[in-house]
Design a protein around this ligand. Sequence first.
Ligand SMILES: CC(C)(COP(=O)(O)OP(=O)(O)OC[C@H]1O[C@@H](n2cnc3c(N)ncnc32)[C@H](O)[C@@H]1OP(=O)(O)O)[C@@H](O)C(=O)NCCC(=O)NCCS
Length: 225
Amino acid sequence: MSRLVGIGATARPRRLSRWMATLTNRIQRVTAADAKAVHQLRLQVFANARDFTVAAPENLVWSERDSGDIVLAVWHGADPVSTMRGSVLKNSDEAKAEFECSVPASVKFPALLLARGATRGDFQGIGLNSALRYHFLSFTVGTRIQSIVGVVNVGAPRTRVMARLGYEFYLPNMSWGSSLKHNNGVMVAALDYSRIINACSLLERETRQVLAAYPWQGETPRFNV
Ligand SMILES: CC(C)(COP(=O)(O)OP(=O)(O)OC[C@H]1O[C@@H](n2cnc3c(N)ncnc32)[C@H](O)[C@@H]1OP(=O)(O)O)[C@@H](O)C(=O)NCCC(=O)NCCS
C-alpha cells in the first residue's frame, strides 16, 4: 500500500510537469518525437509561400538528415509556429550541392547553413525567424564556423534584417535549383564570422520581447566541426 502511494505521489507531479512543459511558450531543439508537427508546419507554410513553389515536397519530410543537424522551433503552447534548420557545410562543393547554384569564392568554410525557415502565417512579421537566427548565431561563438550562409529569394521577407546584420548578398553565376521553383531568382547570403558578435547584439535588441515571451529551453546544441 505504502509503495503504491509512494509511486503515485512522485509519478503524478512528474507526468504533470512534463505535460505542462508541452504547453509552455518556448524555443527548443526539435527531436524526432516532434518531427511530424514540424514537417507539417514546413509543408503548410511552404505550400503557401509567395516567393517559390515546392517541386519536391518529399524533401520537407523529417529525415535522418534533420536528426543529425540542429532543428529549432518556436512553440506556442503545444504547437510549433516557426522553425529553422542549421547544418554545417565543410566546403564549397557541399555548399554548391545544397544551394543548387554556384557559390562565391569569398565565402569561408566551414559554414553554418540556415535553411528550412518557416513561420506560420498568423505568426509572421513579429520576429520569430530572427529569434531563431539569434540562437543559431550565438551557438557558433567560439567554434570553428567561419560564416553563416543561406539562399534567399530576391526581395523576400527577412532580407532587410539580414542586411542590417551584415550579411552580403551575391547573385549566383549559375543556378540549377530543382527542389524549389523561385519566382524572382535567388541570392546566396553570407555573414562573415567577424560580424557575429555585432549581429548577435543587434538581434538580441531587436527580438528582446520575443526572446522573453519564448525563452530557450534545453541544453545548448553543439555543432560537429
Ligand atoms: C521567411 C519567413 C520564414 C520569415 O519568418 P518571420 O518569422 O515572419 O520573420 P521575422 O518576423 O523575424 O522577420 C520578417 C520581417 O518582419 C520584421 N519584424 C520582425 N519583428 C517585427 C516587429 N515587432 N515589428 C515590425 N516588424 C518586425 C523583420 O525586421 C523582417 O523585416 P524584413 O522583411 O524587412 O527584413 C516567413 O515569411 C515564411 O515562413 N515564409 C514562407 C516560407 C519561406 O519563404 N521560407 C524561407 C525559405 S527557406
